[in-house]
Design a protein around this ligand. Sequence first.
Ligand code: FAD
Length: 443
Amino acid sequence: MPINCFWFRRDLRLHDNAGFYEALKSEHPVQPVFIFDRNILDELPTEDARITFLYDVIHELQEQLEEAGSDLLVYYGYPEQVWKEIAEKYELNAIYTNRDYEPYAKNRDKNIKAQLAEKDIEFHDFKDHVIFDNDEVTKSDGDPYVVFTPYSKVWKKKLDSKIDETKSGDEISYYLKPYPNADYFSNLHQTKATDIPTLKDMGFEQTELPIPERTLDMDTLESYGETRNFPWKAKGTSRLSIHYRFGTISIREKAKKALGNNETYLNELIWRDFYSNILNQYPKVVDYAFREQYDAIDWRNNKEEFQAWCDGKTGYPIVDAGMRQLNAIGYMHNRVRMITASFLTKHLLIDWRWGEAYFAQKLLDYDLASNNGGWQWAAGSGTDAAPYFRIFNPYSQREKFDKNYEYIKEWIPEFDTDDYPEPIVEHKMARERCLETYKKALK
Ligand code: FAD
């Protein structure tokens, strides 16, 4: 009997999973598959907390699938070769998966689709990672929005444009309706559990960084508008970013919860859709400024200053606290991401791509679309950027958002002692130097 495969990527959960649901509803038994992709893994250091997280999640998924009488086939290799192997071993009818909008993934999928088509194997992909993709939210002439506010208005209108009912008869936007995957688990391919390659087999060490919970606390959600800008507040934001990144939670489920309880939180999820869409429509942003003329900026790119920034030793406490939080736990509060990114690009005049790459190495929630969007915003070169003459003042940002130095003291034990470094650059001079440099490039 031919089978269909479901390929898990950024959607690591069995519930409310669009592509998995479509596979389960198909005529053929469904064999779930995960590939530890060497094209990605080979670039990473041996200790990478994201890989430990991923590894644990894959084990969990396998256990859950075992309980349902099936298995998760786990491979370590290059996806094109792995699919060749699977297609030789099984009578394969089709692959089902959820769309990934990063240029590497789009290209990989295009090649695999072509490779499988030669053997009459179908490739079906679905929207799951975002609420709206491709041309679902566009201007009236069909062009993509490149400014957030009008995008978010049309996004919300679209959400309200099609109303459906939940199982219990409540009204719900059609676009947030959960997929009842478990109802179709009887169509899973019945197999025995197979081994998963160990972290060691793949060249990784286990790490011990704690991972935030998957739940969206009601107190956090309700007070989010008032608390989200204060990095010292323990539950000021949801800390769900790693789970949105790997799909260990459903974006539809959280958006539904936000919709009824806190519009500010919903807006942040719309930012996520927005940046995903920008990356999808304008893949050049990976290497170039969205606004071309910003590629003419004469960056100073001083290596020692860059190192001081990476190490949290710039002598600007709010910047240093942020960088040390990032280095210690693989997370940095959003307000501080904006401050540290602005400091690097404006005060030190270091190319945003350097900072972006450093964040990419360190962030547990690293996501190309949001990281690139955040960095280009800070550098002023992005879609919806603050004008370049608006330069964050690290002193007044500290005063406003960490008034009692709680965040700073948490991350800089030697703060206020002789061991803490002097500022590596003088604020006023750096501000003027930045304005001059940007003006020259943009004339
Ligand atoms: P919450 O405040 O609780 O927000 C809920 C969710 O909304 C987040 O988990 C995230 O999925 C989404 N979100 C919130 N703010 C943004 C935003 N500005 N843009 C896009 N999505 C958003 N976010 C990442 O997920 N990965 C990154 O690699 C990343 N890099 C960034 C780099 C810079 C320079 C900046 C300024 C921002 C970056 N962000 C990134 C966005 C934001 O900082 C994080 O999503 C947020 O801090 C995660 O913490 P949280 O889950 O507590 O967020």
